[in-house]
Design a protein. Structure first.
Length: 101
């Protein structure tokens, strides 16, 4: 069980480090409106960024559960929920495929 916790933390850290990199690589330039670039952004989003977003959402939920007693004591449980769970979930499930704005 102790090893499972270490693996979860390592996986979450890897996802947190790769997520901004993935978004930066897949974002097309404003000057270039080529359909192949848009298709590449969609492919990178679907294959790399969305799965990492799912990992970030699950990891954020786990962190929220762990930190919720402390957040409740500090009176910012809504802010913690929004930052750790809601933002990654919206980034993963709500925005259009390939749209990184």
């Amino acid at each position: 069980m102790h090893s499972l916790g270490k693996h979860s933390i390592v996986l979450l850290l890897i996802a947190a480090l790769l997520l901004p990199t993935c978004a930066a690589m897949a974002q097309p330039s404003e000057e270039i409106k080529d359909k192949q670039i848009a298709a590449g952004s969609m492919a990178a989003d679907g294959v790399l960024c969305r799965p990492l977003g799912i990992v970030a959402t699950v990891g954020g939920f786990c962190l929220f559960v762990i930190s919720s007693p402390f957040s409740a004591l500090g009176g910012n449980i809504g802010e913690a929920w929004g930052t750790l769970v809601e933002y990654p979930a919206k980034w993963t499930f709500v925005r259009p495929l390939g749209d990184f704005d």
